[in-house]
Design a binder for this molecule. Structure first.
Ligand code: FES
Ligand code: FE2
Length: 337
């Protein structure tokens, strides 16, 4: 086994390449009539709704570097709070109040980024988007009750976080009694498929009975139908877990790389059963219990980045198949940078 030597050049290339993908930066309903500050890949952003559309700009006024997220919206433009320079929806300065009548310099513009509202989130891409936005078919479907799991930040790379979500051999150890059983730690073989934008696989595990999933408690463990996992590259995962009687339990987890080693996570939990809102808190509590167990382990991982050189950690064929394919793809993305 080799030491975990980080290939820093590769990590830097991957980090740069991430600018060409959509990432979630806030909940859509957080962004109202006033500008909102966000961060993505170390880039400070101001998000704003102008002329009905969502816009994202670098959070920096070209006049004196003030954060535009402290400003406001007026007549469909973003106004800087310091001297009132006023930028239109393309980021072009249209008004310099102190110098009425003089020409506005052509350089008086702020850096716009691609922004979109999708699946109840605001997404930003800092470059030319290399892939479409991730699919979340349950969003807006009246058959489902979709609730928000409070967002959480972890001190880890987004890739480590995603890998944790699609790693099964930890269930028996980290989530013993909730998602797994240490006396039955084996993971069934599963194939991993790659499409243009996703990695997907199906896996049916045995889980401890859970009343949130409609289990009656007649048996201690339930052999589930295969769950369908879809990773939309690079950091969004949709889990569709079919339960008895056509019930579906769905998690949509979209992770935002705030920086190389900080990840903000947005989660929707959709279900087509137990639609009474009074049941929501139980689902939230269940996720938060699991997440806290995961957080401690994932934040301890070193290096914080996910080594994409597969020789740097020890992988077990079959069990670690998803990780191997996922890391390979990240390696390709870094290679394209
Ligand atoms: S710093 Fe923005 S208008 Fe002066
Ligand atoms: Fe976990």
């Amino acid at each position: 086994m080799t030491d975990n030597v980080l290939d820093e050049a590769g990590e830097a290339r991957l980090y740069r390449a991430l600018r060409r993908f959509w990432h979630p930066v806030c909940w859509a309903d957080e962004l109202g009539d006033t500008p909102l500050a966000a961060r993505l890949l170390d880039e400070p952003l101001v998000l704003v709704r102008l002329e009905g559309g969502v816009r994202a700009f670098r959070d920096l006024c070209v006049h004196r570097g003030t954060a535009l997220s402290l400003g406001w919206v007026e007549d469909g433009c973003l106004v800087c709070p310091y001297h009132g320079w006023t930028y239109d929806e393309a980021g072009v300065c249209r008004r310099i109040p102190a110098s009425h009548g003089t020409n506005i310099p052509a350089k008086a513009r702020i850096q716009p980024f691609a922004a979109a509202e999708h699946a109840g989130l605001i997404w930003v891409c800092l470059g030319e988007p290399a892939m479409p936005l991730p699919e979340f078919p349950e969003w807006g479907d009246a058959a489902y009750r979709t609730i928000r799991i409070p967002q959480y930040d972890w001190h880890c790379s987004a890739a480590r976080r995603v890998e944790n979500f699609v790693d099964f051999s930890h269930f028996a150890w980290v989530h013993e009694g909730i998602l797994g059983d240490r006396s039955r730690p084996e993971i069934p073989d599963h194939d991993v498929y790659r499409t243009e934008h996703t990695l997907w696989f199906r896996l049916g595990i045995e889980e401890p009975a859970n009343d949130l999933k409609g289990d009656t408690g007649a048996t201690d463990t339930i052999q589930r139908e295969p769950s369908h996992y879809t990773i939309t590259m690079p950091f969004t995962v949709r889990l569709d877990q079919p339960l008895e009687d056509d019930r579906h339990f769905v998690l949509f987890v979209a992770s935002c790389p705030l920086s190389a080693r900080e990840t903000r996570n947005f989660t929707w939990n959709a279900r087509n059963y137990e639609l009474d809102p009074e049941r929501d808190q139980g689902f939230v509590d269940f996720q938060q219990l699991i997440l806290e167990q995961d957080r401690v382990v994932v934040e301890s991982q070193r290096p914080e980045e996910l080594p994409i050189d597969l020789s740097e950690e020890l992988h077990i064929k079959g069990v670690d198949r998803v990780s191997i394919d996922y890391r390979r793809w990240l390696g390709e993305i870094a290679g394209d940078a």
